[in-house]
Ligand binder design. Structure first.
Ligand code: FE
Length: 231
């Protein structure tokens, strides 16, 4: 398997490129509009053909590159079941597996950051946690149907049940981290080691974070797979 972590510095977003090196089929998870040319160049250099653009959720902090990549490559846009994105080519449900050659990508329903969020387990070794579990942190829960109790349950009852050696690759990082493991997060993530469910709900209620800069543009655009609305 080819597995690459790519970064967009403006939104601190990680995009993941996953491919089967024999069939040369590839998937991009959470592509960013401003990085579409970087991603296309890399796909070309590696001789890969893009089959799917896969979203962990409808993002509020950046516009997805899916629509632009779909125009250029005829890949399919895939979003979690119940995500409001009528432009998607298909939805993916909890437990469903997307096959890219011999690489398997299993969807794990992890609501809480948004109401239709998926984590993806790649070949049972690499876990893309989206904005549910961040390295030593978690996604916020104060908009888009966010629910702190649901997020606590998603992380502790779904993700922390996976083997300790599972590699954790988040959707964002703001502190320079790139990768962790389930065992490491169970032991050292303060949002889960220092908090029971009620403490976590209380903590999330009082974060008082500013709204993402691009939220008013990004959410409606992402519901259209990244087609910007020009008025
Ligand atoms: Fe998010």
């Amino acid at each position: 398997m080819l597995f690459r972590q790519l970064f967009d510095a403006e939104s601190s977003t990680y995009t993941y490129l996953i491919a089967d090196l024999i069939t040369k089929e590839a998937v991009l998870v959470d592509p960013v509009l401003e990085q579409v040319e970087r991603d296309r160049k890399l796909l070309n250099e590696l001789g890969l053909s893009l089959k799917f653009c896969l979203e962990t959720h409808i993002h509020a902090d950046h516009v997805t590159g899916t629509a632009k990549l779909r125009e250029a490559t005829s890949c399919l846009g895939v979003v979690p079941e119940n995500a409001y994105a009528t432009c998607a080519d298909r939805v993916i449900r909890d437990g469903e597996v997307l096959e890219i050659g011999s690489v398997s990508i299993e969807a794990i329903s992890t609501p809480g950051h948004t109401d239709s969020h998926m984590a993806y387990r790649v070949n049972c070794t690499h876990l893309l946690t989206g904005d549910a579990l961040l390295i030593r942190g978690s996604g916020r829960t104060d908009f888009q149907g966010g629910d702190a109790g649901a997020l606590y349950d998603s992380v502790t009852q779904r993700l922390f049940m996976l083997p300790d050696k599972t590699l954790v690759y988040p959707g964002h990082d703001y502190h320079g981290h790139t990768v962790s493991t389930i065992g490491e997060e169970k032991q050292s993530n303060p949002r889960f080691t220092k908090c029971n469910r009620n403490d976590f709900i209380e903590l999330m209620k009082n974060l008082n974070l500013p709204s993402p800069k691009k939220m008013m543009e990004a959410v409606p655009a992402n519901e259209r797979c990244g087609n910007l609305i020009r008025i």
